[in-house]
Write a protein that binds this ligand. Structure first.
Ligand SMILES: Cc1cc2nc3c(=O)[nH]c(=O)nc-3n(C[C@H](O)[C@H](O)[C@H](O)COP(=O)(O)OP(=O)(O)OC[C@H]3O[C@@H](n4cnc5c(N)ncnc54)[C@H](O)[C@@H]3O)c2cc1C
Ligand SMILES: *[C@@H]1O[C@H](CO)[C@@H](O)[C@H](O)[C@H]1NC(C)=O
Ligand SMILES: *[C@@H]1O[C@H](CO)[C@@H](O)[C@H](O)[C@H]1NC(C)=O
Ligand SMILES: *[C@@H]1O[C@H](CO)[C@@H](O)[C@H](O)[C@H]1NC(C)=O
Ligand SMILES: *[C@@H]1O[C@H](CO)[C@@H](O)[C@H](O)[C@H]1NC(C)=O
Length: 552
């Protein structure tokens, strides 16, 4: 079996070059994999024995949490945490098996046995990776799926919590709010996002201007390294602890849990959500928003979402403004009247609520919805999707915005989300964590396109739309490098292919995510995982492994 799979690896060496060739290669891989799995029960048995031998004293035994393709639950386990329908097709490459650890020894055994059988490991927590890199690969791989390790223990008295990687953000917010009305945690706005990927890749949300990113509020972590050791901050050392706070965990090990720092929130916060079309002055408002949103009081976060819109057959663009203010309506009203009167907010637009209610409001739940929905781990609907990101360092001119609106009316589907920076983001040094997009950025753009139609044709069409818009934006966004946000995973930026990428190959995408911090990430990687065991399509390269490959 290993021989068969090695052949496949070579076959697929042009990983993700174009969507269509990718699909064909993936189909080939799936067939071979299928054939080899059917004939490979002895191999599966050897794996299982290896896993059992290396996690002997755990209860339940690892055999009870390991799913081979012959198991009736394999498909549902695999699909439970796929958050992009593009990667749920019959031709999507599948893992050889899935371990769903309930115990650290299950993780340790998975690492040990994958190493001796030369299999790569994909680590999945919430499965929200936009390009599916936590559960898809063109090389033989297994999944270590963290969803069972999701306990949360909140300690209000020292304003901290230990959170396991398989927890969702919604669960974290719920457990914090359950214990305290005056604490929160700065992280993403979508409750089903997993802690494992989110906290290792940055993690921003609507308290970013006040408290920074999730990675700016992490006190400690537990990680299983390439040698199967369970390390905490003290035993892993400050370099590795630095790297996993924004450099992406999966290049370095399996993160089991995080100790987070809770932040104060007032008992009453205020939100609003309003829409303005071009006819209602959207150009002027968005233009002015660019000068206000990153400089206004850091208690206020105003997101702008712009999209094409059809009004009675008339093509226009609408801008939606959504805000969180860590204070009361009266004070927000005064701030808005002073800084962004163009938006024309009325008294009734300001809604006061608790912080935990604002979490629901920002996820578009109707006011009054029970906070219990935060414990639902599955989103209500799934789509085919593609996302990209950019940083704006100089506000766009009105004429630039008008060109953008024309482009959006032409392309119709892509939606742009503008998230303002400034505040705390400006105060934290670029070197503090691997996440480098700090002072000098006015806002970040997320490009998004969703679709419902199956098939390669629909995918190609939509990928083309978002890539055209990205291309169009070139003159307006950060340059040398054109920066991107790691947690908005984008394989268009480049990948390692499958194997040991060279420093210069990986630096193409690496400097977009990390700027100068890429070099330090490579140093940490080379020190902690010289053989590049924890490798994936956008993993940090090890210089030793690359030199090893050259020598071999
Ligand atoms: C609907 C939606 C809304 C989003 N909203 C926001 C937002 O508001 N703010 C924001 O910053 N981002 C947001 N994101 C992006 C999100 O932060 C990233 O996709 C994040 O990486 C997801 O984490 P996950 O655990 O769910 O994903 P996964 O797909 O499980 O993992 C993502 C990456 O992290 C690695 N990884 C996961 N768990 C571990 C672990 N335990 N140890 C080591 N490596 C691990 C994976 O291997 C993979 O490389 C959103 C994404 C979606 C789909
Ligand atoms: C599936 O494969 C595993 C490993 O080879 C084996 O232990 C198990 O009995 C098989 N299960 C079924 C239902 O065939
Ligand atoms: C597992 O342990 C048993 C008993 O010690 C041994 O016979 C067997 O070879 C081991 N198998 C693997 C795959 O490690
Ligand atoms: C599927 O795998 C699980 C976990 O190992 C096991 O408990 C269950 O019995 C298996 N089912 C079948 C049909 O093999
Ligand atoms: C990378 O190189 C190292 C050292 O030569 C080797 O052990 C490892 O298997 C290689 N990894 C891949 C994915 O090719």
């Amino acid at each position: 079996m290993v021989v068969n799979l090695a052949k496949v690896t070579k076959l697929n060496s042009h990983f993700m070059e174009t969507p269509s060739s990718c699909a064909i290669l993936a189909a080939g891989f799936f067939l071979l994999l299928h054939v080899s799995m059917a004939a490979s029960n002895p191999t599966q048995d050897t794996f299982l024995q290896c896993l059992s031998n290396h996690s002997q004293y755990s209860s339940p035994p690892i055999s009870a949490v390991t799913y081979f393709p012959n198991n009736s639950s394999y498909t549902s386990i695999l699909q439970s945490y796929i958050r992009n329908l593009r990667f749920i097709t019959p031709t999507t490459p599948k893992p050889l098996f899935i371990v769903t650890p309930t115990h650290v020894s299950h993780i340790q055994a998975s690492i040990f046995c994958s190493k001796i059988h030369a299999l790569q490991v994909r680590i999945r927590s919430g499965g929200h990776d936009y390009d599916g890199l936590s559960y898809v690969s063109q090389v033989p791989f297994i999944i270590v799926d963290m969803f069972s390790l999701r306990s949360i223990s909140v300690k209000v008295e020292d304003e901290s919590a230990w959170v396991e990687s398989g927890a969702t953000l919604g669960e974290v917010y719920y457990r914090v709010a359950e214990q305290s009305k005056i604490h929160g945690f700065p992280a993403g706005v979508c409750p089903t996002v997993g802690v494992g990927g989110h906290l290792s890749g940055g993690g921003y949300g609507n308290m970013m201007r006040k408290y920074g990113l999730s990675v700016d509020n992490i006190l400690d972590a537990q990680i299983v390294d390439v040698d199967g050791r369970l390390l905490d901050r003290e035993s892993m050392g400050e370099d590795l602890f630095w790297a996993i706070r924004g450099g992406g965990g999966a290049s370095f090990g399996v993160i089991v849990s995080w100790k987070i720092k809770l932040v104060p929130v007032p008992e009453i916060v205020t939100v609003f959500r309003v829409e303005r079309t071009l006819e209602q002055g959207a150009t002027d408002i968005v233009h002015q928003w660019q000068y206000v949103a990153d400089t206004i009081h850091e208690d206020l976060f105003i997101r702008a979402v712009v999209m094409q819109s059809n009004k009675k057959g008339h093509q226009t663009v609408k801008a939606k403004f959504v805000a969180l203010f860590l204070g009361n309506a009266k004070n927000l009203h005064a701030l808005m009247d002073e800084s962004l009167p163009q938006l024309g907010l009325k008294h009734e637009d300001y809604i006061e609520m608790s912080w935990i209610e604002s979490v629901l409001y920002w996820s578009n739940y109707p006011i009054g919805t029970s906070t219990d929905v935060l414990l639902e781990r599955q989103p209500s609907s799934e789509k085919f999707l593609k996302k990209k990101s950019d940083y704006i360092q100089e506000p766009m001119s009105k004429s630039g915005l008008e060109e953008l609106w024309k482009k959006m009316i032409e392309l119709r589907k892509p939606v742009l989300t503008f998230n303002p920076y400034g505040g705390k983001m400006r105060e934290i040094s670029e070197l503090e964590t691997p996440f480098p997009h700090r002072a000098g950025n006015v806002y970040k753009i997320q490009y998004s396109v969703n679709w419902k139609e199956e098939g390669v044709e629909a995918a190609d069409k939509n990928l083309d739309l978002i890539r055209r818009l990205y291309e169009f934006m070139t003159p307006y966004v950060s340059k040398s490098p054109r920066c991107s946000y790691l947690n908005y995973r984008d394989v268009d930026l480049g990948t390692n292919g499958n194997g040991n990428a060279s420093y210069s190959e990986a630096s193409v995408w690496g400097t977009k995510y990390f700027k100068g911090n890429f070099d330090r990430l490579v140093q940490v990687k080379t020190a902690v995982d010289p053989g590049n065991f924890f490798s994936y399509e956008q993993s940090i390269p090890s210089l030793t492994a690359w030199e090893g490959k050259m020598a071999g």
